[in-house]
Design a protein around this ligand. Sequence first.
Ligand SMILES: NC(=O)c1ccc[n+]([C@@H]2O[C@H](COP(=O)([O-])OP(=O)(O)OC[C@H]3O[C@@H](n4cnc5c(N)ncnc54)[C@H](O)[C@@H]3O)[C@@H](O)[C@H]2O)c1
Length: 301
Amino acid sequence: MGSHLCDRLLKDGHDILCVDNFYTGSKVNISHLHSNLNFELLRHDVTFPLYVEVDQIYNLACPASPIHYQRDPVQTTKTSVHGAINLLGLAKRLKARIFQASTSEVYGDPVIHPQPECYWGKVNPIGPRSCYDEGKRCAETLFFDYHRQHNLDIKVVRLFNTYGPRMHPNDGRVVSNFIVQAIRNVDITIYGSGEQTRSFCYVDDMIEGFVRMMGTEPGFTGPVNLGNPGEFTMLELAEKVLKLVGSKSKLVYLSLPVDDPKQRKPDISLAQEKLLWLPTVDLDDGLKETVCYFRTLLAHK
Ligand SMILES: NC(=O)c1ccc[n+]([C@@H]2O[C@H](COP(=O)([O-])OP(=O)(O)OC[C@H]3O[C@@H](n4cnc5c(N)ncnc54)[C@H](O)[C@@H]3O)[C@@H](O)[C@H]2O)c1
């Protein structure tokens, strides 16, 4: 998502310092930006302090797919928590506005559906997903404490599942998984019965939400849910992908991962009211773009 945000901010006339340790990110996703004089790249791990001069900070640093964030769970928590402390410290010194990409995972396996921002969530603090969920929850706590204690200008959004071109082909997220399996004509892996639901937001819509949130008046902190409220079962998603790709893949059923939420759907009334934001790309159109990206990517592998 960071590479799409760089594209958008450059288009809007900003100077960008892109900071990444490339734990899950790929240099290929920003290779088209190197010749742009308004773009600079710094390889840096946000768990260490950062001394730069900027006037706005977007914090997106964190592996987002379960396969990646569970590979080194201690580093995942460090990235969320130490990363937040370091970037908040930087924002405090610079008096800069700072944005946090939080997540619907702060709601855990929700008992309220759809999830409004006032819902505190149902999160397992000691499970295999906790490094991500609790790390992001603690990062939110830090953002709000810096706001209350140091009057920092914070903007917190909670992203629901987002997909689109430039996703990693092996990150185990359901959209990339299904598309890659369908293009390769191998079995499509459905966890559980496939009746669990998710909402899928196309990346361009999400980036529009980021920019609108960053442009809100001082004092409006969020958290604000950003996501597409269209709700689909995994079986419905698989059918759409199979049809779009024209694949011969068959569905196979595997057991559900631990603490896998049964349903997830954002209540986006606050984003509608405060950001005048609504997702505009429907799932079929977004999947078409994503399939096209993966076809090109896999053809060159
Ligand atoms: N994609 C989604 O559905 C989704 C949903 C909720 C929240 N989010 C959040 O949005 C942000 C971006 O997600 P994404 O889907 O683009 O994931 P991603 O894994 O593609 O991107 C994360 C980026 O952070 C970098 N990174 C990881 N650890 C770092 C560290 N210690 N220092 C510096 N850079 C580091 C990675 O190299 C990568 O470029 C993440 O914070 C994620 O938690 C994403």
